[in-house]
Write a protein that binds this ligand. Structure first.
Ligand SMILES: [Zn+2]
Length: 199
């Protein structure tokens, strides 16, 4: 059976694409990727289909990387609404920071197939938060450089939505460059005196 990933790998980028370039270009891109209709949020889709959409966005749009990162943010919103209860969403910022990181990390590992397919995912539970994805589904192919823009935007989006808007995520190594694992590092840019214990 073909490797699958959460439908959010298509839905988030498709939404960001429509926002950035309009419906016509959006429809063309989906057609090129072989996506006839958008899947439901809780479905899984073939990795190959999601990858084709990501590559199409990068090839056809000048600001494809920016669109993919924004798409990751939209995907994170879907993921958070599906996998974190309203109570957790409301309380994560208020609980002790270490506890919130453990809670989020555990849930991310349980649901890793949604953003990493069948790849092995490792993470640190403490600051700095680091995710490593071994042979990730979006790091393969003919392109060069660091490729996992959607996953970086996704991880950033999850922590921004659950903890603080000051989180940002960089992919600091990628299997596409020969690294053993794609490595994503989250950092916080939070003004002193911002107040939240979670921040
Ligand atoms: Zn990568």
């Amino acid at each position: 059976m073909a490797e699958t990933v959460g439908a959010l790998a298509i839905l988030g980028p498709a939404k960001a694409l429509a926002e950035a370039v309009g419906d016509q270009f959006h429809d063309d891109c989906l057609q090129r990727a072989g996506i006839e209709t958008l899947p439901p949020a809780d479905a899984v889709v073939p990795v190959a289909k999601a990858t084709r959409l990501h590559v199409c966005i990068c090839e056809l749009a000048d600001d494809g990387v920016t669109i993919l990162r924004a798409g990751g943010g939209h995907s994170a919103a879907i993921f958070v609404s599906l996998h974190f209860s309203p109570l957790t969403r409301a309380s994560a910022r208020l609980m002790p920071h270490g506890l919130a990181l453990r809670l989020i990390g555990r849930r991310m590992c349980q649901r890793a197939s949604a953003f990493a397919g069948s790849a092995e995912v490792r993470m640190s539970l403490f600051d700095p938060i680091v995710y490593e994805i071994v042979d990730g589904p979006f790091s393969r192919g003919d392109q060069v450089g660091r490729l996992c823009h959607w996953q970086a935007g996704f991880l950033e989006g999850v922590y921004r939505q659950l903890l603080h808007r000051g989180y940002s995520c960089d992919e600091t190594a990628c299997c596409a460059e020969g690294a053993k694992a794609c490595r994503f590092m989250l950092s916080r840019d939070i003004p002193s005196g911002a107040g939240s214990r979670a921040a």
